[in-house]
Design a protein around this ligand. Structure first.
Ligand code: C5P
Length: 227
């Protein structure tokens, strides 16, 4: 069957990765979580005292970019690929609120974006890829056969992220998660380099009132028309 590229963009916590994983599984495509890559660079910067909530040594991060090797390895029991930073699995470490609070600042740096976009484009060279992020349909794969733009109300999105973190055992409040989701949306959509925006040819899906099943059925119908 004809293999295509599927680009999924949207605001924070709109369930992009959930639908991307479901589609990749169903189609036997590769799933790439581009947000995990920005989170991994942020984690590296935090671990190396390059960024905190009080400072950000941007030039130092730019100098150290070659020390950051990101790879994905498929985990059969999870059914998706986990991210490794210099051969260490950091899938859990990058999902904290601490990383979420700093990642959008790191993602504003053009040199960081250039490095990650280059790697992301390579992942898509042979098609058969589902990638989610903020600039996938606009910058990484402007020629993707299918572009989706996901949206949902900020409170629904914060609730989803809050439930996820609580389930993991993290100590967070709903208010701080909501604040973080809104803060990231603002920086992500107003930054100079590759701001989050809907590609002209993207199909917008508001999933505020859709169950996961309804959402999958709706999107899978659209996918089938493209195959
Ligand atoms: O998708 P996720 O919420 O994990 O992404 C974390 C952050 O990484 C986003 O808020 C955004 O600042 C940045 N990002 C980006 N471009 C992408 C994916 C993520 O700038 N393609």
């Amino acid at each position: 069957m004809n293999k295509i590229t599927i680009a999924i963009d949207g605001f924070s916590s709109t369930g992009k990765s959930t639908i991307a994983k479901q589609l990749a599984k169903k189609l036997k495509y590769v799933y790439v979580d581009s947000g995990a890559m920005y989170r991994a660079v942020t984690y590296f910067a935090m671990e190396n005292n390059i960024i905190s909530h009080t400072f950000f040594y941007k030039d130092e991060l730019i100098k150290r970019l070659d020390d950051i090797i990101l790879t994905f390895k498929y985990n059969t029991s999870l059914g998706f690929a986990e991210i490794y930073l210099n051969n260490v699995n950091i899938e859990k470490e990058i999902r904290t609120l601490g990383v979420s609070k700093l990642v959008s600042k790191v993602a504003e740096v053009s040199e960081v974006r250039k490095k990650l976009v280059e790697q992301q484009k390579k992942f898509g060279e042979n098609k058969g890829v589902v990638m989610d992020g903020r600039d996938i349909g606009t910058v990484v794969f402007p020629n993707a056969e299918l572009k989706l733009f996901m949206n949902a109300s900020a409170s629904k999105r914060a609730k989803r992220r809050f439930d996820e973190l609580i389930k993991r055992g993290d100590q967070v409040t709903f208010e701080e998660i909501l604040k973080n989701v809104e803060y990231r949306d603002h920086i992500d959509s107003t930054r100079e380099d590759s701001p989050l925006m809907k590609a002209d040819d993207a199909i917008e899906i508001d999933n505020s009132d859709l169950t996961l099943e309804e959402q999958f059925d709706k999107i899978y119908t659209i996918v089938q028309e493209k195959l």
